[in-house]
Design a protein. Structure first.
Length: 236
C-alpha cells in the first residue's frame, strides 16, 4: 500500500489525475473503474484538461462506474449517470457507448446485478479502479455490515450516507434510500486501486480503514489486502 498525504485538494486531484492518465497512456484500451461524489471532481477536471490539450486520448477506453441510485434514470440531475456525463464523459473523447453505469431503473434488479458482474468479467476486469471513501468507511455503496458482499448488489443506504448525500438534494427526504453497487470482488480484482479522500473530516476514517483491523464493519479496510493500492489523502 502506498499512502500519500498532501496539503491541498488541488494537489490530490493533480496526483490522482496523473495516475489515471498514466494508466491510459500505458494501455490506451484500458478499463477504468470510476466513482462519483465531490472527491473526484478535481481529478476529472484534470483529465478533461489533459484531453483538451491533446495529451490524453480516451477513444479506446471503456469505463465502469461503481454505483447508481435506485429509481433515478440518467436524465435525473441527481443520478450518477448524469453526474458522470456532465462532469467527465461529455468533455472527453470517450465513446458514450463505452461508458457503463448500473441501471437503477431496471425492472429486475437481481438480473441487473448479474448483468453488471458479467459485463466486468467480459471486459477482462478493471485495470484501475478509482474510489472515494464514506465517513463510515463505505466504498461504492458497500455499507458496513457483518460480511463483505462479493458481487454487484442492491443495498439499503445507511442513515449517515443519506445525511452526507443530502447536500446534493433539496432535502434529506429526497435522497433515494437504496442503490445498486459494484461488490467487493470486482473492486479487489482490479489490477490497480486508487482511493482518494480529502479534508479533516476524512482523516479518522482513513486512519481506521488503512491502519486498523480488516473488518466488514469498515468496508474499505479490505483494501489493505490489495497488491496494488494507492491512497491519496489531502489535509485540506
Amino acid at each position: 500500500m502506498n499512502l500519500i498525504t498532501v496539503k491541498t485538494y488541488e494537489e490530490l486531484s493533480r496526483k490522482a489525475g496523473k495516475l489515471i492518465a498514466s494508466q491510459v497512456l500505458l494501455k490506451p484500451n484500458c478499463v477504468l473503474g470510476l466513482a462519483t461524489g465531490s472527491s473526484p471532481i478535481g481529478t476529472y477536471k484534470y483529465l478533461i484538461e489533459e484531453c483538451k490539450n491533446g495529451d490524453l486520448d480516451f477513444s479506446k477506453v471503456t469505463t465502469v462506474n461503481l454505483d447508481e441510485y435506485i429509481g433515478l434514470d440518467g436524465t435525473n440531475d441527481q443520478s450518477y449517470r448524469y453526474f458522470m456525463n456532465t462532469n467527465l464523459f461529455e468533455h472527453i473523447n470517450v465513446p458514450m457507448e463505452n461508458t457503463n453505469v448500473p441501471n437503477g431503473c431496471a425492472e429486475d434488479m437481481q438480473k441487473e446485478c448479474a448483468r453488471y458482474d458479467a459485463l466486468i468479467e467480459d471486459l477482462g476486469g478493471i485495470d484501475l479502479q478509482l474510489l472515494g471513501i464514506g465517513l463510515d468507511g463505505h466504498i461504492g455503496f458497500n455499507e458496513p455490515c457483518e460480511f463483505f458482499v462479493k458481487g454487484t448488489n442492491v443495498v439499503e443506504l445507511d442513515p449517515s450516507t443519506i445525511e452526507a448525500n443530502a447536500r446534493f438534494f433539496a432535502s434529506a427526504d429526497e435522497v433515494p434510500k437504496s442503490a445498486i453497487t459494484m461488490g467487493m470482488q470486482a473492486i479487489m480484482q482490479a489490477k490497480n486501486v486508487l482511493l482518494i479522500a480529502n479534508g479533516p473530516a476524512k482523516r479518522e476514517i482513513v486512519e481506521k480503514a488503512f491502519k486498523g483491523p480488516i473488518t466488514p464493519l469498515v468496508p474499505a479496510s479490505i483494501l489493505q489486502l490489495h497488491p496494488s493500492l494507492t491512497v491519496i489523502y489531502s489535509e485540506n
